[in-house]
Design a protein around this ligand. Structure first.
Ligand code: SF4
Length: 205
């Protein structure tokens, strides 16, 4: 998909309490977390899969060399039907031994420097944000489903090392501030401003 869907303003009240809650740290950095959120790959809308495959020759230089030449193996044959995907159908990225860390597994687009090859390629090719990076990866730990956007409490509780946060000594900030980029991607800049206004009206930080 070229443009991520924006969540309706009308959905904000249901998500507000979740997004206004305090985060427990500040944003992670890949060199420390080592892409803890990428061990299981991601479901990708079939239309976006086609976009990635159409750009295979352009993105190959930015992927892990051991997997760059195998576009037939970039995605598994597993399928998922779900209305959250614009086409209604998604397939998963392949899971492989991590470049440089073969005892660990990860998404096939993960590089030895713990960066997402699709993100690095998109930046190098000036494809904008999120470019070729799958939307659900660009949003995480914010998740969007059934017309609403939330901090993904379930996944982050199950995988505490993959909550995209690291400890900080200064006062905690709300999730919508720590993950501003992700929230704006999900609900737009106006949606983020709406949350900020609610926070100010309620006297929250
Ligand atoms: S596509 Fe990129 S961000 Fe998403 S799981 Fe794979 S390596 Fe991680």
């Amino acid at each position: 998909m070229s443009e991520p869907p924006k969540i309706s303003q009308a959905c904000l009240p249901a998500a507000a309490a979740n997004l206004l809650a305090l985060a427990h740290g500040e944003r992670c950095v890949p060199s420390e977390c080592q892409a803890a959120c990428c061990p299981g790959g991601i479901w990708v809308d079939i239309l976006h899969v086609q976009r990635i495959l159409d750009a295979a020759d352009q993105i190959r230089p930015y992927l892990a060399p051991e997997y760059a030449g195998e576009e037939d193996a970039w995605f598994s044959e597993e399928e998922m039907d779900h209305e959250d995907f614009p086409s209604g159908l998604a397939i998963a990225t392949a899971i492989v031994p991590r470049p440089g860390q073969p005892t660990r597994t990860g998404c096939i687009f993960l590089r030895a420097d713990h960066l997402c090859g699709l993100q690095v390629a998109s930046e190098a090719l000036s494809l904008g944000w999120p470019g070729l990076k799958p939307l659900d990866c660009a949003l995480y730990p914010i998740t969007r489903s059934a017309g609403t956007a939330l901090y993904d409490e379930e996944t982050t509780a199950d995988n505490p090392h993959a909550d995209c946060q690291r400890p900080r000594s200064t006062p905690l900030r709300p999730r919508y501030q720590v993950f501003r980029q992700e929230v704006e991607l999900a609900i737009g800049a106006a949606g983020w401003q709406h949350l900020d206004q609610r926070a100010k009206e309620s006297g929250k930080p």
